[in-house]
Design a protein around this ligand. Sequence first.
Ligand SMILES: [Zn+2]
Length: 90
Amino acid sequence: MGSVRESQRETSLNLIGAIIPPMAWRTRCYECGQEVPITRPLYGKQSVLAEGDLGHAIATYEAHPRRPADTRSCSAVSTTVPRYQMGKAH
Ligand SMILES: [Zn+2]
C-alpha cells in the first residue's frame, strides 16, 4: 500500500487540480494517445537510476479520462507504461 508520502501527493493533486507538481511525470498513453500523468518511474537497479535510463524504469498510468470530452477512465489506467513510452517520459 502507499506510503505516507504517496497519499500526501494524491491529496495535493486533488486540491490543486490542473497545477502540476514538480515531481509529476508524464508520457503518451498507448491507449488514448494523450500526454497523461504516470507514477514516478521505479528502477530495478540503482546503477540504472544513475544513468537516468528511463527505458529500464517501471511506472503505471495514473487516472485520466479517455478524451477531454469523455470523462470515463481510459482503459490504460493502472497498467504498466510500455518501455518504448517510458523512454519518452518527462
Ligand atoms: Zn489513456
